[in-house]
Design a protein around this ligand. Structure first.
Ligand code: TXA
Ligand code: MG
Length: 315
């Protein structure tokens, strides 16, 4: 198992030696490596069992570090950076040659974000290079929002997990590109509504193909090992035996409460987002065969939550 702790000096030493370190962010835990060193980045793909066509996000300490990595920044991107960084939004921008092709899967753009977590911000400020980091889970599985989640699945493959407690947002960053105007490639921790308040209308082009051109938005993703169905209990007719249920804000009376996990008793979407991935893990570990997940209201963060549930359910 990996060591879990808050030793920034040790984390820096490992990363400087080209090793991987799991880092906390406000969205989910990341599996970090020196973004400018292909040998180090390659280890990320190996440890996660991730196909190399799926590009990584580069994490920076500040806006000025982002400027060093990209060619041009459209004015809409600049507005978003100033308004929301550090925070749960990734910007896809034209990359400079110093970013290795392995990071971007050969694309001429790179996804960049400045994460909002005190420990990781301190770490980034100490580093002489940016950190490439995908979510710290085996490819295709549920993203980790606690150090223990990382340890359960990657603990025998990495040395160190920086402990920043549970992730505050609980959903990955929203990914925004700028091709013929701003476009959302992945719904996430910052809502479309919040983005549109700053730059006006944006297109939403969520990739659902199984071999995505640019954004590695695979149709099947974020998935538990058990079969998952997204539907309201009341629309189900009869429930299959040995089913566990993920409910939004109210338990279903006809079902044993020990087989239900609730996302937010007050119906708060931010709280539901924060709890989502841990809840799916809890259900995945139960002695059941099927997980039934009730969709949440399709507004604000609810859109990103439902998007994750649908991808988790996809074959
Ligand atoms: O919140 C997050 O974004 C977390 C934390 C650790 O920062 N990271 C994360 O990384 O979710 P990952 O690897 O699980 O998802 C990265 C996704 C890719 O699958 C792809 O959809 C998109 O970012 N991406 C990266 N570079 C891109 C590019 N140049 N063009 C389009 N999409 C890109
Ligand atoms: Mg991921």
């Amino acid at each position: 198992m990996a060591e879990i702790g808050t030793d920034l000096t040790y984390a820096k030493t490992l990363l400087s030696q080209g090793e991987l370190v799991a880092i906390p962010t406000e969205t989910v835990y990341g599996l970090a490596a020196n973004a400018l060193q292909p040998d180090a980045v390659l280890k990320i793909f190996q440890v996660k069992n991730r196909p190399q066509f799926d590009p990584l996000i580069v994490h920076v300490a500040s806006l000025s570090q982002a400027y060093e990595l990209v060619e041009t920044i459209p004015s809409a991107a600049e507005k978003l950076m100033h308004q929301f960084w550090p925070g749960p939004i990734t910007l896809v921008l034209k990359k400079k040659a110093l970013i290795p092709d392995l990071v971007t899967a050969g694309l001429d753009t790179v996804g960049i974000r400045c994460p909002d977590h005190p420990l990781t911000r301190q770490l980034l400020a100490k580093m002489e290079f940016p950190l490439a980091a995908p979510s710290a889970n085996p490819f295709g599985y549920i993203s980790p929002t606690q150090p223990e989640h990382v340890n359960q699945q990657l603990g025998n493959k990495i040395k160190y997990i920086l402990d920043g407690g549970p992730s505050r947002v609980g959903l990955e960053s929203t990914i925004v590109g700028f091709e013929q105007g701003p476009v959302i490639y992945r719904l996430g921790g910052l809502t479309q509504e919040e983005i549109e308040q700053v730059i006006g209308p944006v297109r939403v082009e969520l990739n659902t193909s199984s071999n995505p051109v640019a954004p590695g938005q695979l149709k099947s993703h974020y998935a538990p090992r058990k079969k998952l169905v997204v539907k309201k209990v009341e629309d189900m007719g009869s429930l299959p035996a040995r089913t566990g249920v993920l409910v939004f804000q109210q338990y279903v009376e006809s079902i044993d409460p020990s087989r239900q996990v609730m996302l937010s008793a007050t119906g708060n979407l931010a709280e539901a987002a924060k709890n989502l991935f841990a809840a799916l893990r809890t259900l995945d570990a139960m002695d059941i065969d099927t997980i039934l997940a009730e969709p949440v209201p399709e507004v604000d963060l609810g859109r990103a939550i439902n998007d994750r549930l649908r991808r988790a359910a996809a074959e």
